[in-house]
Design a protein around this ligand. Structure first.
Ligand SMILES: [Zn+2]
Length: 145
């Protein structure tokens, strides 16, 4: 499919997608946390990579990653106009994500990343189990000390 936007306009459109996308995924995650009776998260954390949520007590950092920006396999579509620009950008984001994971782990954080496309009703279940386990593990460890 040919790109209907000029590069400049495309750039504006993608920026708009980025900001609204993040907001929606964050709000959706909050809903999911609540439905799983998960509490204790904080937003707008200043630690490496600025995770969307942190659980300071358990030292768990949670990211809600937009599939386009973070290069999830579920989306093979890179805009045809400026394809190289976008794929470079996405590659850079993926590299940064890895670095952020490493940095946080080095500082004793556990990292959980959710894909935007996983936030649907059923797709989220295995991931939530992982997150709940991360949260419980730390709590259990603390109790045992
Ligand atoms: Zn995805």
């Amino acid at each position: 499919m040919a790109d209907v936007f000029s590069p400049k306009k495309r750039s504006k459109v993608m920026q708009a997608i980025r900001s609204t996308g993040n907001k929606t995924t964050e709000l959706r995650l909050i809903k999911i946390f609540k439905s799983h009776s998960i509490t204790g998260w904080r937003r707008k954390s200043k630690i490496a990579g600025s995770p969307d949520f942190v659980f300071p007590k358990q030292k768990v950092a949670v990211f809600a990653d937009g599939c386009f920006w973070h290069g999830h396999d579920c989306r093979k579509t890179v805009p045809q106009t400026n394809a190289k620009f976008w794929s470079d950008k996405i590659t850079k984001n993926k590299k940064r994500d890895k670095l952020v994971n490493r940095t946080l782990r080095g500082e004793g954080w556990r990292v959980a990343r959710f894909w935007e496309c996983e936030l649907g009703a059923d797709a989220i279940k295995p991931k939530m189990r992982t997150l709940v386990n991360l949260l419980l593990e730390k709590t259990a460890k603390k109790r045992g000390e």
